[in-house]
Design a protein around this ligand. Structure first.
Ligand code: ADP
Ligand code: ASP
Ligand code: MG
Length: 451
């Protein structure tokens, strides 16, 4: 069994969806479970319209509802026109958008959104795209069955970034997926979407379809998890920033996880963990070039000082200075408890005798965090920070990589630097607007030098 996940651009329209069918039919013997994202860009539009409605722009919100309705119906027409299934699906889609319009009206009246209501809206993208993709398989004569992700992807109720209940997902996979696979059927489900107890709709957070794929892969003990996207695989940097970025044919789980955590959007940061636990290789392929080599992510990979570079913008740097501190036993624990209480994860940490500095990706709860930290000492915040990460299992193997990195950065000021004892990720905190130039300089130094 394998899990194959197709991202938004890979299911953006009827032609892309037909291509998904082509890719999967060649793998039918492997027993594929297909996981799909919303039609490219649909999640952004859904969230945008919810915010517009709650902000009093009902007309604009309703226009977006109609735009999305038209788009979904157009792709159904292009894929299935003239069949009974086309009409049934069109009715289902139209009813969903009628409900969405009513929700938008309700948001307008309320004037605010809750995380729970945002999840209800955002989930629609995957719930519909997966039904369209399942129908496209059947139309081409393949035995696909739509599986409602809410029956399988059991989560807690941390709306907008729900956490999976791994045991419940394993049980639900046995109930909903394995029987279909045993019958030679192709289960097709939406990524990103889950349900909390009471079957309340949740989502795993933006980009979460990759995570769905690896959770399902682990639950059914798949032999491979395939992430099909719009680039040739994992590259030495984001090709949108570094057009000359090169394909990485093989990379370790640890390196891939570091890259994902520090901005390589090609994988949701949580994707690797379930795969590692079961030792399942993860592949990244380009859905537009199904015969490409792609990237294999596994335990072993050739050990290099620098495998790739990642960068993350708009992070928040929090600096705590205290005279009564660091060596006091338990001090750091109490400081980090503040972040835990406010469910905020910390990316980069440095400490000195009198200070602790951390970066936060998600500053939603910053106000409350700062209030609690004030009890420990003076707190300063730098909201316009960025991070660059230089990742390689052999970065600390006596190579010159660290020195080369500083030389390459030249005049770019560095505010924090962190190298883990296991030496896999050298992270630098810099100004937000320096992230792109820093990535360009580092990529040039490590990957574009004539050797
Ligand atoms: P999908 O919709 O298929 O999930 P995403 O947009 O989430 O696709 O992720 C693919 C994008 O990730 C690529 O288009 C690329 O710009 C970006 N990306 C960032 N870092 C990397 C990297 N190191 N290698 C490949 N792609 C990367
Ligand atoms: N559609 C969701 C998003 O745009 C999940 C995903 O694509 O992985 O965030
Ligand atoms: Mg993605």
């Amino acid at each position: 069994m394998i899990v194959a996940k197709f991202g938004g651009t890979s299911v953006a329209d009827a032609a892309a969806i037909s291509n998904v069918v082509d890719v999967i039919v060649g793998k039918q013997a492997s027993g594929p479970v297909v996981v799909v994202s919303a039609l490219g860009g649909a999640t952004n539009v859904l969230l945008d319209l919810a915010h517009k409605a709650a902000g009093g722009e009902l007309l604009a919100a309703l226009q977006l509802v109609e735009q999305l309705r038209d788009r979904h119906l157009r792709e159904v027409h292009a894929l299935l026109a003239g069949t009974a299934e086309a009409d049934e699906l069109a009715l289902e889609i139209s009813t969903s958008f009628d409900e969405l319009a009513h929700l938008a009206e309700a948001f307008r009246t309320l004037g605010y959104l809750t995380p729970r209501s945002l999840d209800t809206v955002a989930a629609l993208g995957e719930l519909l795209s997966s039904q369209i993709v399942a129908a496209a398989f059947r139309h081409r004569g393949y035995p696909a069955v739509w599986v409602d992700a809410r029956d399988v992807m059991k989560t807690n109720d941390f709306f907008t970034r729900a956490e999976p209940d791994v045991e419940a997902i394993a049980l639900a996979s046995q109930e909903y997926l394995l029987p279909l696979l045993q019958q030679g059927k192709i289960p097709v489900m939406g990524g990103f979407v889950g349900s909390a107890p009471g079957r309340v709709t949740t989502t795993l957070g933006r980009g979460g379809s990759d995570y769905t794929a690896s959770l399902i892969g682990a639950a059914i003990e798949a032999t491979a998890i395939e992430i099909w996207t719009d680039v040739d695989g994992m590259l030495t940097a984001d090709p949108r920033v570094i057009p000359g970025a090169q394909l990485i044919e093989r990379i370790s789980f640890d390196e891939a996880a570091e890259l994902a955590a520090f901005g390589a959007k090609v994988l949701h940061p949580a994707t690797i963990a379930p795969a590692v636990q079961r030792g399942i290789p993860v592949f990244v392929f380009n859905s537009r070039k199904p015969d490409g080599k792609g990237t294999m992510i596994a335990f072993d990979a050739p050990r290099l000082p620098v495998r790739a570079i990642a960068g993350k913008r708009s992070t928040t740097l929090v600096k705590l200075r205290s005279s009564r501190m660091l060596l006091a036993p338990g001090f750091l624990r109490r400081v980090f408890e503040v972040f835990e209480t406010h469910r905020t994860s910390v990316d980069v940490v440095t400490t000195s005798e009198v200070s602790v500095s951390v970066t936060l990706d998600d500053a939603t709860n910053l106000g409350a965090i700062l209030q609690d930290l004030a009890a420990f000492g003076d707190v300063a915040v730098e909201r316009r920070s960025g991070i660059v990460a230089i990742v390689g299992a052999g970065i600390a193997d006596g190579s010159r990589a660290i020195a080369d990195a500083f030389v390459a950065l030249g005049p770019i000021p560095v505010y924090m630097a962190s190298l883990s004892a296991t030496g896999i990720n050298f992270t630098l905190v810099i100004d937000d607007e320096q992230v792109v130039p820093a990535m360009q300089r580092l990529h040039a130094a490590f990957f574009e030098q004539a050797s």
